[in-house]
Design a binder for this molecule. Structure first.
Ligand code: C2E
Ligand code: CA
Ligand code: CA
Ligand code: CA
Length: 275
Protein backbone atom coordinates (compact mmCIF):
# COMPACT_ATOMS: atom_id res chain seq x y z
CA UNK A 1 0.00 0.00 0.00
CA UNK A 2 2.89 2.27 0.87
CA UNK A 3 4.43 1.86 -2.57
CA UNK A 4 1.10 2.54 -4.29
CA UNK A 5 0.65 5.61 -2.12
CA UNK A 6 4.08 6.94 -2.99
CA UNK A 7 3.54 6.10 -6.60
CA UNK A 8 0.26 7.94 -6.83
CA UNK A 9 1.81 10.83 -4.91
CA UNK A 10 4.60 11.00 -7.49
CA UNK A 11 2.03 10.84 -10.25
CA UNK A 12 0.05 13.65 -8.62
CA UNK A 13 3.23 15.72 -8.16
CA UNK A 14 4.18 15.21 -11.79
CA UNK A 15 0.71 16.20 -12.95
CA UNK A 16 0.77 19.30 -10.73
CA UNK A 17 4.21 20.14 -12.00
CA UNK A 18 2.95 19.99 -15.53
CA UNK A 19 0.06 22.31 -14.78
CA UNK A 20 2.31 24.79 -12.99
CA UNK A 21 4.79 24.76 -15.89
CA UNK A 22 1.92 25.25 -18.34
CA UNK A 23 0.72 28.31 -16.43
CA UNK A 24 4.27 29.73 -16.27
CA UNK A 25 4.55 29.39 -20.03
CA UNK A 26 1.22 31.15 -20.54
CA UNK A 27 2.17 33.84 -18.04
CA UNK A 28 5.35 34.62 -19.97
CA UNK A 29 3.42 34.63 -23.22
CA UNK A 30 0.83 36.97 -21.72
CA UNK A 31 3.52 39.42 -20.65
CA UNK A 32 4.65 39.51 -24.27
CA UNK A 33 1.10 39.57 -25.65
CA UNK A 34 0.39 43.05 -24.35
CA UNK A 35 3.55 44.57 -25.88
CA UNK A 36 3.16 42.71 -29.16
CA UNK A 37 -0.46 43.67 -29.66
CA UNK A 38 -1.92 40.17 -29.39
CA UNK A 39 -4.70 41.40 -27.10
CA UNK A 40 -7.75 43.09 -28.50
CA UNK A 41 -11.22 44.04 -27.43
CA UNK A 42 -14.57 42.89 -28.74
CA UNK A 43 -17.87 44.60 -28.01
CA UNK A 44 -21.24 43.05 -27.29
CA UNK A 45 -24.39 45.17 -27.63
CA UNK A 46 -26.82 45.75 -24.77
CA UNK A 47 -30.38 46.80 -25.55
CA UNK A 48 -33.20 48.52 -23.69
CA UNK A 49 -35.94 45.88 -23.84
CA UNK A 50 -38.86 48.33 -24.10
CA UNK A 51 -37.51 50.07 -27.20
CA UNK A 52 -35.11 47.49 -28.59
CA UNK A 53 -32.53 50.25 -28.99
CA UNK A 54 -28.82 49.59 -28.39
CA UNK A 55 -27.85 51.53 -25.26
CA UNK A 56 -24.25 50.44 -24.95
CA UNK A 57 -21.67 47.68 -25.17
CA UNK A 58 -19.87 45.31 -22.84
CA UNK A 59 -16.17 45.09 -23.59
CA UNK A 60 -14.58 41.62 -23.62
CA UNK A 61 -10.91 40.84 -23.97
CA UNK A 62 -9.52 38.51 -26.62
CA UNK A 63 -6.06 37.00 -26.91
CA UNK A 64 -4.88 35.65 -30.22
CA UNK A 65 -1.72 33.66 -29.39
CA UNK A 66 0.60 33.28 -32.44
CA UNK A 67 0.83 29.48 -32.10
CA UNK A 68 -2.00 28.43 -29.82
CA UNK A 69 -4.62 30.58 -31.49
CA UNK A 70 -7.51 31.87 -29.43
CA UNK A 71 -7.00 31.69 -25.66
CA UNK A 72 -10.17 32.16 -23.58
CA UNK A 73 -10.30 35.02 -21.05
CA UNK A 74 -11.70 32.46 -18.61
CA UNK A 75 -8.19 30.94 -18.75
CA UNK A 76 -5.89 33.95 -19.08
CA UNK A 77 -7.63 36.44 -16.76
CA UNK A 78 -6.98 34.21 -13.69
CA UNK A 79 -3.34 33.85 -14.81
CA UNK A 80 -3.10 37.63 -15.15
CA UNK A 81 -4.56 37.98 -11.65
CA UNK A 82 -2.12 35.53 -10.06
CA UNK A 83 0.92 36.94 -11.79
CA UNK A 84 0.19 40.59 -11.06
CA UNK A 85 -0.32 41.40 -14.74
CA UNK A 86 -4.00 42.23 -14.34
CA UNK A 87 -3.42 45.86 -13.35
CA UNK A 88 -1.49 46.54 -16.52
CA UNK A 89 -3.81 44.56 -18.78
CA UNK A 90 -6.88 46.00 -17.08
CA UNK A 91 -5.61 49.56 -17.48
CA UNK A 92 -4.88 48.86 -21.13
CA UNK A 93 -8.45 47.56 -21.73
CA UNK A 94 -10.01 50.46 -19.88
CA UNK A 95 -7.97 53.02 -21.81
CA UNK A 96 -8.77 51.40 -25.17
CA UNK A 97 -12.48 51.14 -24.36
CA UNK A 98 -12.76 54.74 -23.10
CA UNK A 99 -10.82 56.10 -26.08
CA UNK A 100 -13.04 54.11 -28.45
CA UNK A 101 -16.28 55.25 -26.81
CA UNK A 102 -15.13 58.88 -26.68
CA UNK A 103 -14.94 58.78 -30.49
CA UNK A 104 -18.55 57.74 -31.07
CA UNK A 105 -21.16 60.17 -32.43
CA UNK A 106 -23.73 59.00 -29.90
CA UNK A 107 -23.45 58.76 -26.14
CA UNK A 108 -23.80 55.04 -25.72
CA UNK A 109 -22.36 53.47 -22.60
CA UNK A 110 -19.35 51.22 -22.36
CA UNK A 111 -19.14 48.47 -19.71
CA UNK A 112 -15.70 47.22 -18.71
CA UNK A 113 -15.04 44.14 -16.54
CA UNK A 114 -12.94 44.75 -13.46
CA UNK A 115 -11.13 42.05 -11.52
CA UNK A 116 -11.05 41.64 -7.74
CA UNK A 117 -7.36 42.53 -7.68
CA UNK A 118 -8.06 45.87 -9.33
CA UNK A 119 -10.98 46.68 -7.03
CA UNK A 120 -8.81 46.09 -3.93
CA UNK A 121 -5.96 48.22 -5.26
CA UNK A 122 -5.91 51.75 -3.77
CA UNK A 123 -4.26 52.93 -7.00
CA UNK A 124 -7.23 51.80 -9.12
CA UNK A 125 -9.64 54.74 -8.66
CA UNK A 126 -6.88 57.31 -9.31
CA UNK A 127 -5.89 55.39 -12.45
CA UNK A 128 -9.52 55.38 -13.68
CA UNK A 129 -9.67 59.11 -13.04
CA UNK A 130 -6.50 59.60 -15.10
CA UNK A 131 -7.83 57.43 -17.95
CA UNK A 132 -11.12 59.35 -18.04
CA UNK A 133 -9.34 62.68 -18.23
CA UNK A 134 -6.80 61.42 -20.78
CA UNK A 135 -9.47 60.01 -23.11
CA UNK A 136 -12.06 62.71 -22.45
CA UNK A 137 -14.87 60.20 -21.98
CA UNK A 138 -17.87 61.48 -20.02
CA UNK A 139 -17.73 59.38 -16.81
CA UNK A 140 -21.52 58.97 -16.97
CA UNK A 141 -20.97 56.77 -20.01
CA UNK A 142 -18.63 54.37 -18.22
CA UNK A 143 -19.84 51.36 -16.31
CA UNK A 144 -17.62 48.95 -14.39
CA UNK A 145 -18.78 45.33 -14.07
CA UNK A 146 -17.76 43.65 -10.84
CA UNK A 147 -18.69 40.21 -9.57
CA UNK A 148 -19.58 39.89 -5.90
CA UNK A 149 -16.85 37.29 -5.38
CA UNK A 150 -14.37 39.97 -6.43
CA UNK A 151 -15.33 42.03 -3.37
CA UNK A 152 -15.02 39.52 -0.53
CA UNK A 153 -11.27 39.53 0.16
CA UNK A 154 -11.47 42.83 2.02
CA UNK A 155 -15.02 44.22 1.86
CA UNK A 156 -14.09 47.46 3.65
CA UNK A 157 -11.25 48.22 1.28
CA UNK A 158 -13.38 47.25 -1.74
CA UNK A 159 -16.28 49.35 -0.53
CA UNK A 160 -14.06 52.40 0.01
CA UNK A 161 -12.66 52.01 -3.49
CA UNK A 162 -16.13 51.60 -5.02
CA UNK A 163 -17.28 54.82 -3.38
CA UNK A 164 -14.18 56.61 -4.63
CA UNK A 165 -14.91 55.30 -8.13
CA UNK A 166 -18.55 56.35 -7.98
CA UNK A 167 -17.48 59.84 -6.93
CA UNK A 168 -15.92 60.10 -10.40
CA UNK A 169 -19.45 59.88 -11.85
CA UNK A 170 -19.36 56.37 -13.30
CA UNK A 171 -21.69 53.46 -12.59
CA UNK A 172 -21.08 50.04 -11.05
CA UNK A 173 -22.89 46.89 -12.16
CA UNK A 174 -23.07 43.72 -10.07
CA UNK A 175 -22.03 41.02 -12.55
CA UNK A 176 -23.19 37.36 -12.39
CA UNK A 177 -25.89 38.25 -9.86
CA UNK A 178 -27.15 35.24 -7.92
CA UNK A 179 -24.04 33.09 -8.17
CA UNK A 180 -22.23 34.43 -5.08
CA UNK A 181 -22.66 33.38 -1.47
CA UNK A 182 -24.59 36.39 -0.23
CA UNK A 183 -25.95 38.31 -3.19
CA UNK A 184 -28.63 40.03 -1.13
CA UNK A 185 -26.31 41.29 1.63
CA UNK A 186 -23.86 42.42 -1.00
CA UNK A 187 -26.54 44.59 -2.60
CA UNK A 188 -26.81 46.41 0.72
CA UNK A 189 -23.10 46.51 1.48
CA UNK A 190 -21.89 47.87 -1.84
CA UNK A 191 -23.13 50.85 -3.85
CA UNK A 192 -24.28 49.09 -7.03
CA UNK A 193 -26.16 50.97 -9.74
CA UNK A 194 -27.28 47.99 -11.79
CA UNK A 195 -27.91 44.25 -11.40
CA UNK A 196 -26.76 41.85 -14.08
CA UNK A 197 -28.64 38.54 -13.78
CA UNK A 198 -26.33 35.64 -14.40
CA UNK A 199 -26.75 33.84 -17.71
CA UNK A 200 -27.28 30.47 -15.98
CA UNK A 201 -30.69 31.69 -14.75
CA UNK A 202 -31.54 33.51 -17.97
CA UNK A 203 -30.76 30.50 -20.19
CA UNK A 204 -33.28 28.39 -18.27
CA UNK A 205 -36.26 30.78 -17.99
CA UNK A 206 -38.03 29.07 -20.90
CA UNK A 207 -37.44 25.52 -19.66
CA UNK A 208 -37.22 25.60 -15.87
CA UNK A 209 -39.92 27.06 -13.57
CA UNK A 210 -37.43 27.65 -10.73
CA UNK A 211 -35.15 29.70 -12.97
CA UNK A 212 -38.17 31.65 -14.24
CA UNK A 213 -39.28 32.37 -10.66
CA UNK A 214 -35.77 33.51 -9.70
CA UNK A 215 -35.43 35.84 -12.69
CA UNK A 216 -38.91 37.27 -12.07
CA UNK A 217 -37.96 37.91 -8.41
CA UNK A 218 -34.64 39.54 -9.27
CA UNK A 219 -36.44 41.92 -11.64
CA UNK A 220 -38.86 42.72 -8.80
CA UNK A 221 -35.94 43.17 -6.42
CA UNK A 222 -34.34 45.65 -8.82
CA UNK A 223 -37.62 47.55 -9.09
CA UNK A 224 -37.92 47.68 -5.30
CA UNK A 225 -34.38 48.97 -4.90
CA UNK A 226 -34.62 51.35 -7.84
CA UNK A 227 -31.88 49.50 -9.71
CA UNK A 228 -32.14 48.64 -13.39
CA UNK A 229 -31.77 44.95 -14.17
CA UNK A 230 -30.00 43.58 -17.22
CA UNK A 231 -30.25 39.93 -18.25
CA UNK A 232 -27.12 38.43 -19.77
CA UNK A 233 -26.76 35.37 -21.97
CA UNK A 234 -30.07 35.81 -23.83
CA UNK A 235 -29.90 33.18 -26.57
CA UNK A 236 -33.48 32.69 -27.77
CA UNK A 237 -36.62 34.61 -28.75
CA UNK A 238 -38.49 32.78 -25.99
CA UNK A 239 -36.05 34.05 -23.34
CA UNK A 240 -36.36 37.62 -24.60
CA UNK A 241 -40.16 37.30 -24.69
CA UNK A 242 -40.14 36.18 -21.05
CA UNK A 243 -37.93 39.12 -20.03
CA UNK A 244 -40.16 41.53 -21.96
CA UNK A 245 -43.29 40.19 -20.25
CA UNK A 246 -41.58 40.56 -16.86
CA UNK A 247 -40.53 44.17 -17.54
CA UNK A 248 -36.81 43.52 -17.38
CA UNK A 249 -34.97 46.71 -18.35
CA UNK A 250 -32.17 45.53 -20.54
CA UNK A 251 -30.74 42.47 -22.26
CA UNK A 252 -27.56 41.16 -23.76
CA UNK A 253 -26.71 37.86 -25.44
CA UNK A 254 -26.15 35.97 -28.66
CA UNK A 255 -29.82 36.37 -29.66
CA UNK A 256 -29.33 40.16 -29.62
CA UNK A 257 -25.76 40.30 -30.84
CA UNK A 258 -22.52 38.34 -30.51
CA UNK A 259 -19.38 40.09 -29.28
CA UNK A 260 -17.47 41.46 -32.25
CA UNK A 261 -15.01 44.12 -33.40
CA UNK A 262 -16.50 47.55 -32.80
CA UNK A 263 -16.44 48.32 -36.55
CA UNK A 264 -19.23 45.76 -36.95
CA UNK A 265 -21.46 48.08 -34.90
CA UNK A 266 -20.65 51.33 -36.71
CA UNK A 267 -24.34 51.78 -37.59
CA UNK A 268 -24.99 52.19 -33.85
CA UNK A 269 -21.92 54.17 -32.84
CA UNK A 270 -21.78 56.58 -35.77
CA UNK A 271 -24.42 58.68 -37.50
CA UNK A 272 -23.13 57.79 -40.94
CA UNK A 273 -21.18 54.59 -41.59
CA UNK A 274 -17.51 54.85 -40.64
CA UNK A 275 -15.26 55.35 -43.70
P1 C2E B 1 -18.57 37.74 -18.11
O1 C2E B 1 -18.14 39.11 -17.66
O2 C2E B 1 -19.70 37.12 -17.39
O3 C2E B 1 -18.88 37.92 -19.65
C1 C2E B 1 -19.93 37.25 -20.33
C2 C2E B 1 -19.41 36.06 -21.10
O4 C2E B 1 -20.52 35.41 -21.74
C3 C2E B 1 -18.46 36.42 -22.23
O5 C2E B 1 -17.56 35.33 -22.36
C4 C2E B 1 -19.39 36.50 -23.43
O6 C2E B 1 -18.72 36.33 -24.67
C5 C2E B 1 -20.32 35.36 -23.14
N1 C2E B 1 -21.64 35.51 -23.74
C6 C2E B 1 -22.27 36.63 -24.16
N2 C2E B 1 -23.51 36.35 -24.62
C7 C2E B 1 -23.67 35.02 -24.48
C8 C2E B 1 -24.76 34.11 -24.78
O7 C2E B 1 -25.83 34.49 -25.27
N3 C2E B 1 -24.54 32.79 -24.48
C9 C2E B 1 -23.38 32.34 -23.93
N4 C2E B 1 -23.26 31.04 -23.69
N5 C2E B 1 -22.33 33.16 -23.64
C10 C2E B 1 -22.50 34.49 -23.91
P2 C2E B 1 -16.00 35.59 -22.60
O8 C2E B 1 -15.82 36.75 -23.54
O9 C2E B 1 -15.38 34.29 -22.95
O10 C2E B 1 -15.48 36.06 -21.17
C11 C2E B 1 -15.47 35.18 -20.08
C12 C2E B 1 -15.18 35.91 -18.81
O11 C2E B 1 -13.84 36.40 -18.81
C13 C2E B 1 -16.07 37.12 -18.57
O12 C2E B 1 -17.33 36.72 -18.05
C14 C2E B 1 -15.22 37.89 -17.57
O13 C2E B 1 -15.38 37.36 -16.28
C15 C2E B 1 -13.81 37.60 -18.06
N6 C2E B 1 -13.34 38.73 -18.88
C16 C2E B 1 -13.46 38.95 -20.20
N7 C2E B 1 -12.88 40.13 -20.55
C17 C2E B 1 -12.39 40.66 -19.41
C18 C2E B 1 -11.67 41.87 -19.10
O14 C2E B 1 -11.40 42.74 -19.94
N8 C2E B 1 -11.30 42.05 -17.78
C19 C2E B 1 -11.61 41.13 -16.81
N9 C2E B 1 -11.23 41.38 -15.55
N10 C2E B 1 -12.30 40.01 -17.08
C20 C2E B 1 -12.69 39.77 -18.35
CA1 CA C 1 -19.24 40.98 -17.40
CA1 CA D 1 -21.44 37.93 -16.31
CA1 CA E 1 -33.15 28.59 -22.90
Amino acid sequence: AKTVGRGSYRFFEAAMGKEVRERRVLEKALRRALVQGELRLVYQPQIAIRTGAVTGFEVLMRWQHPERGFVSPALFIPIAEESGLIQEIGAWALTEACREAAGWDVSLSVAVNVSGIQIHDPAFAPSVRAILSETGLDPARLELEITETALIRDPDRASTNLRELKALGLRIAMDDFGTGYSSLSNLRLFPFDQIKIDSSFVAAVDSNPQAAAIVRSVIGLGAGLGLPVIAEGVETAAELAFLTAENCHAAQGYFIGRPGPIAAFACHTHRSPAP
